[in-house]
Design a protein around this ligand. Structure first.
Ligand SMILES: [Zn+2]
Length: 198
């Protein structure tokens, strides 16, 4: 018996919820169904976020990837945690709310990054930079290719500029390049393209 109904979240001190009428056993089945549905939404959001973040790649893509990755795996881990606690008869109301709050975040971030680039009407700024390193990581799904340049922004030493395969292959450390950067509709600067400096 739990202090909150596993299905509707109403306070209950008997085996049958006074609010929705479900027994604690039936409420547990409902909870499991909801967890499964939300987990599916989370997984699809996580899968969509990766390509969506590369259409208009933000300058700080690595930080954003780490943050969304943390949200994604925390939420995924919470599914198992909530399920285990519910089985043991512990209260899961707060955990459930946190989990339901985390689920849409990969979708929200994917939409943010897309809107940020898609509807950015500003003129791109040209930032001259010198390539000091390159970085390529990941597997078939999440493949990160970065050019490392000294930063032109205050308080930052280096920029890890996301680039496509073409730009990754044609630039080497020591090359002078020009980065085309736009401020982003939502204030998240993103990289349009990289050119060779004449
Ligand atoms: Zn209930």
């Amino acid at each position: 018996m739990t202090a909150h109904c596993l299905d509707c979240g109403a306070e209950t001190h008997s085996d049958q919820c006074p609010s929705c009428g479900l027994t604690s056993e039936a409420a547990e089945v409902m909870l499991r169904h909801r967890l499964l549905r939300r987990t599916a939404v989370l997984l699809v959001g996580g899968l969509l976020f990766v390509p969506a973040s590369q259409v208009f790649p933000p300058l700080d893509l690595d930080l954003i990837l780490i943050f969304v990755g943390l949200v994604f795996f925390t939420a995924l881990w919470m599914v198992f945690w909530i399920d285990r606690r519910a089985r043991k008869g512990f209260d899961v109301e707060v955990l459930k709310r946190i989990f339901f709050g985390l689920v849409p975040l990969p979708w929200v971030f994917a939409i943010f990054l897309f809107v940020n680039g898609k509807f950015d009407g500003a003129r791109p700024a040209a930032e001259p930079a010198r390539v000091i390193g390159r970085l390529s990581m990941g597997g078939p799904w999440l493949h990160t290719r970065r050019l490392i340049v000294r930063s032109w922004r205050d308080g930052r030493a280096l920029e890890r500029v996301p680039v496509n395969n073409y730009n990754y292959d044609r630039f080497q450390p020591g090359d002078n390049v020009v980065l085309q950067v736009q401020p982003g509709l939502l204030g998240i600067p993103w990289v349009v393209d990289v050119y060779r400096q004449d």
